[in-house]
Design a protein around this ligand. Sequence first.
Ligand code: MN
Length: 152
Amino acid sequence: MSDSPLASFRPALGPGDWDQVPVHAYKQEDGVPFKDITRRLLFSAPALACELRYFEMAPGGYSTLERHEHVHAVLILRGRGQCLVGTQVRPVGTNDLVYIEALTWHQFRATAGEPLGFLCMVNAQRDKPQLPSAAELAALKRDPAIAHFLAE
Ligand code: MN
């Protein structure tokens, strides 16, 4: 949670960049795989039960392959790429919506040679993400489309 009150209005400075919204490292944990991705916390306040974050990957970047009890409501704000949700690999682009159900493996990848940025709404109170075990990863990779996606 943010420790200072949210300003009523924070103008955009450019695509995926806002006044008074600092850029954070994607995650703090050690040993969690991800690449070339940043995090911005857009809305977090005691009066909200949710948080709205903005994640942006540089070309070739990716978020962590993970799952958790909490759900994600995602809107692609910028660029193109691909996402894995469950066992489905799909292309995604600006303005697409992605809903990630509880305990569903998911990952976003900027595979189109351009940045990929998305808004992600989550519960403010949420569980810690789980990473796939070696056996779970091997099971996912038995699908050639997923194996190709994870190798990009
Ligand atoms: Mn997640």
